[in-house]
Design a protein around this ligand. Structure first.
Ligand SMILES: Nc1nc2c(ncn2[C@@H]2O[C@H](COP(=O)(O)OP(=O)(O)OP(=O)(O)O)[C@@H](O)[C@H]2O)c(=O)[nH]1
Ligand SMILES: [Mg+2]
Length: 272
């Protein structure tokens, strides 16, 4: 079994076990595909699982997004609520781009241990890091990071930020400032502004994504913690309701556990 299928076996087992219309409906709702889409699909397909697979695939037609080195340096800002998997994902991205000489930037000045946590990842993955100075403003750390990358030729620059609740206006304001500072030094918008969404939060992640989309000008999502959750259907809700695209999914705690989002493979992994 491939790693993605193995990570998503929880949700797949629910689909495989569902035999009649009621059970299939329950599986779709439980996996957070969304009531509206579930109704639409079941009206068109009934119990026909091949038909359901096809319809789900059509829903994801536009969902895949590429993360590539588009500038020198390419700038990747990472945002999200507390504990969603930002720092781990920054490490995974550093590993993914390792051959190009990335710089990871620790702009989480909120938690004392954040510098240390990211430094450990830098060591483990074997990439360089720009640490923040105690009490430094996050936007000023981003400034330092971009300046260093431009001087020394790092690419990409991957910025880790503090966890913030999407309802906290003051903390969301920091994102605006980070974007402004980046734009000032780059003379263009940051290339990628990515929210890390914890898949296990399911549809409650929609409210988060909506707010971050508005404030951070999100270019797309990385969905973390796809392993061990039956809520992977949130991809459908978020794409359908907010039009957001997905770069990668995270399927574990190691720097290797990052997959490019591929809609065919994803449907196969969740439906068997
Ligand atoms: N199973 C699993 N665990 C993950 C994944 N990504 C992150 N984690 C775990 O989730 C926890 C939080 O991860 P962090 O990367 O520290 O999250 P964060 O968003 O940086 O957290 P804050 O900076 O405190 O807001 C850690 O225990 C990670 O190992 C994933 O894809 N799968
Ligand atoms: Mg963190």
């Amino acid at each position: 079994m491939n790693i993605l299928k193995s990570a998503l076996k929880g949700i797949r087992n629910i689909f495989i076990r569902a035999k009649n219309l009621d059970e299939i409906e329950e599986a779709l709702i439980e996996s957070d595909v969304g009531v509206e889409l579930t109704d639409k699909i079941l009206k068109e397909c009934g119990e026909d699982k091949d038909c359901i697979r096809r319809k789900l695939l059509v829903e994801l037609k536009e969902v895949e997004a590429e993360l590539t080195l588009v500038s020198k340096p390419t700038v990747i800002l990472v945002f999200g609520v507390n504990g969603s998997g930002k720092t781990t994902t920054v490490a995974k991205l550093a590993k993914y781009f390792k051959a190009y000489r990335p710089l990871i930037v620790s702009a989480d000045t909120f938690r004392d241990a954040a510098n240390e946590q990211l430094s450990e990842w830098a060591k483990k993955v074997g990439v360089d890091i720009l640490r923040s100075i105690k009490g430094q403003d996050p936007a000023s750390v981003v400034y330092d990071g971009l300046e260093k990358a431009m001087k020394k030729g790092y690419n990409p620059v991957i910025v880790d930020t503090a966890g913030r609740l999407h309802t906290r206006r003051d903390l969301m304001g920091e994102i605006v400032k980070i974007n402004k500072v980046s734009e000032k030094i780059l003379k263009r918008k940051p290339d990628y502004s990515i929210m890390i969404l914890d898949a296990s939060t399911g549809r409650s992640g929609l409210g988060q994504a909506k707010e971050f989309k508005k404030i951070a000008n999100l270019t797309g999502l990385i969905i973390s913690k796809m392993d061990g959750t039956a809520k992977a259907g949130v991809v459908f809700s978020i794409h359908r309701e907010l039009g957001l695209k997905v770069y990668f999914i995270g399927t574990g705690e190691s720097e290797e556990d990052l997959f490019k989002f591929n809609k065919e493979r994803f449907i196969e992994a969740i439906m068997g």
